[in-house]
Structures are given as C-alpha cells and as structure tokens.
Design a protein around this ligand. Structure first.
Ligand SMILES: [Zn+2]
Length: 267
C-alpha cells in the first residue's frame, strides 16, 4: 500500500499540472458516476493528508465539492502528456487538459465529498508528518492507550500517512520494542519518532523509494543504498541486523507483517 510519501508526491505533481485550470474529467469504467459534474470545471487545488487525496473543485451548485481518493492496496496513477492513451482496463478516473493527463485505477474510494465530510476526515486523522503538523495529538492519543506501540503506529487516527514500512523502520531507528504498551513509551521517545518521520518521509517523495538506513550502518558504506540495504528490518526476516548481527524477526501485528530486531529493540 502506498504510504504518505507517495500520496504527497501525487498531490504535488497534480497541483503542478492541473491546479487553477479548467479540466476535463471522465470515468471510462463508469464507476465514478459524478464525473460529468466535474467535467469542464476548474480544479482549485489538490491536498494530501495521511493516505487520502482531496481534489478541491470549489463550489458547484452552491456546495463545495472535493473529489476524495483513497488508494487502498491496489490503487495507482499514471500520468503523461498528450496523446492520451485509449482507455484500457478498469479505468476509474481520467483528468486531463491540453497539456497533461492522469489515469486512476484500482482505488478503494473515488467519490465526490462535501466540505463537511472532508472536515470529518481531517478531525479523525492524527498529525501528518508531511504536512508539518504538530505532534501533540499523537502524543495525547498514545499516552492513554495500553495497546502495543507497533500496532498504534499503524492507526491513522494516531499518525497519518505512516504505513507498514515506516512503522517498522521508525521503531527500529528509535531502538524501541514494537511490543511496548503505548502508555509506557516516554513522551520524549514519541517526540523523537515523530521528528524522525518528518525528516525521513520527504526523501521518498522524490524518487518513490523509501530508504531508512544511514550510510554508516550499511555493509556498503559509500554510494547509493542497495535494495537489500535500504531498510533495517522491513522484509529482512532471518537476515542479520546491520547493527548487532541478530536475525530479524517477523510477526503479524495490525494485520500486516511487523519486522524487528529482538536485540536492538529488546522488550
Ligand atoms: Zn540489532
């Protein structure tokens, strides 16, 4: 599933080429039935928050309209310049101008919302490190929970935009056991994890590649990180920890595989 870095990358890209312009909109597959309502309107701006995208079309028939997109596990965009390709496959949405087009396939949601529904979403989500939100609400919510921190970090109402890769890697970088109850994690550690996310996540917006290892910790200390050295623990089950050599472990937590080093992140 794309994590926050991907969503923010799409928002920036789509803002650059479509914001402030009259756009054409359709749904070749037919499942986005409100497409005709947006066709020919001006796309005001595109916002990413957590794993959600909002395409603000301003007021239509007296009500603010926001096209909400949630990618889920299988959603993906393609973008390009004309000529626009012939519609193929389950093509949910197309947006285009004379100079640019995008295609959206496989999202969990692509539907027209009003301002109130969008605000309800914002209220429900935790701070998003990529929107420079303050970490306060995350700290407050974790402090009251006995649930393991490894599970809490996957909860979008606690930390928006963080998914399975960042969850595992942020915990490792903090040398924190994923099995520590939220209310036992020191405030300072949580603040440091949030700060780390603010620093780490923008890097992966540029090239869609999440690299969390520091050069000094990799077997190859110079040059770009090799794929097998890009993460400390994520998908490294049974491989030796770069720091201490212990075999990395895995377990399903919050319905996704969690990876950790039992030595560096001892309970
Ligand atoms: Zn280790």
């Amino acid at each position: 599933m794309p994590e926050g870095n991907e969503l923010h990358r799409w928002a920036n890209l789509h803002n650059e080429v479509f914001a402030g312009k009259k756009v054409r909109v359709d749904s070749p597959q037919g499942r986005f039935t409100d497409a005709p309502l947006l066709d020919g309107r001006t796309l005001v701006k595109v916002t990413a928050v957590g794993k959600h995208l909002g395409y603000d079309f301003g007021k239509i028939e007296g009500e603010q309209r926001i096209l909400h997109v949630h990618m889920g596990l299988y959603g993906d965009f393609s973008e390009g310049h004309p000529p626009m390709p012939e519609p193929r496959g389950a093509l949910r949405l197309r947006i285009w101008t004379k100079t640019d087009w995008l295609e959206l396939r496989g999202p969990t949601d692509c539907s027209l919302w009003n301002a109130e529904k969008w605000q309800t979403l914002l209220d429900r989500l935790g701070p998003d490190p990529l929107n420079h939100d303050k970490p306060g609400p995350m700290l407050e919510r974790i402090a009251t929970r006995k649930t393991d921190i490894g599970q809490l970090l996957m909860d979008q109402s606690i930390l928006a935009g963080v998914g399975n890769i960042y969850r595992a890697e942020l915990l490792f970088r903090a040398r924190l056991s994923p099995f520590k109850p939220g209310n036992e994690v020191p405030q300072k550690t949580l603040e440091a994890i949030y700060k780390d996310a603010v620093k780490l996540m923008p890097d992966a917006m540029v090239d869609r590649r999440i690299v969390t290892t520091k050069a000094k910790d990799r077997p190859h200390k110079t040059g770009e990180a090799l794929n097998e050295e890009a993460h400390y623990v994520y998908r490294r089950t049974g491989r030796p920890c770069f720091i201490c050599g212990t075999a990395i472990k895995t377990k399903i937590v919050a319905s996704r595989n969690l990876f950790w080093c039992p030595t560096c992140q001892a309970e």
